[in-house]
Design a protein around this ligand. Structure first.
Ligand code: THU
Length: 135
């Protein structure tokens, strides 16, 4: 099954009764396994979680470590991009050259790298001047 097909499979399982906007995400780990996630909303709206976050959690829970490739799909007019927070979450586990395929149910796709999606990303290097616990 392609990564887009895997994202589409989990898209249908999304829990999105408040926005009615379902999102499916699938990622292939460097270890070679595919992990899926969908958005899971909550009546306390900020407590909802994105599809990408679910896929990352599934990857880590399965014991895999790094992302090799990502696909995200929604029933959107144009290919659905990861939100800002999810871009930083993806960067935690993906090199800048990892490809993210964004897709619509209608078949449109757009590919960008994690680095393209999050220019100027924050990383541990920005904290080099302080020792852990200092401050
Ligand atoms: N959503 C995702 O799951 N991933 C994204 O990157 C974009 C937004 C979800 C969150 C919320 O459940 C719904 O889409 C509408 O914002």
């Amino acid at each position: 099954m392609s990564l887009i097909d895997s994202a589409t499979e989990v898209f249908h399982k999304a829990y999105a009764p408040y926005s009615n906007f379902k999102v499916g995400a699938a990622l292939r780990s460097v270890e070679g396994r595919v992990h899926q996630g969908c958005n899971v909303e909550n009546v306390a709206y900020p407590e909802g979680t994105c599809a990408e976050a679910g896929a990352i959690a599934a990857m880590i829970a399965a014991g895999d470590t790094r992302i090799a490739e990502v696909a995200v799909i929604a029933d959107s007019p144009t290919p659905v991009p990861p939100c800002g927070g999810c871009r930083q979450k993806l960067k935690e586990f993906a090199d800048a050259d990892v490809v993210v395929t964004m897709a619509t149910l209608g078949g449109a796709t757009l590919q960008m790298t994690v680095g393209d999606l999050l220019p100027g990303w924050f990383d541990a290097g920005h904290m080099e001047n302080v020792a852990p616990g200092e401050g």
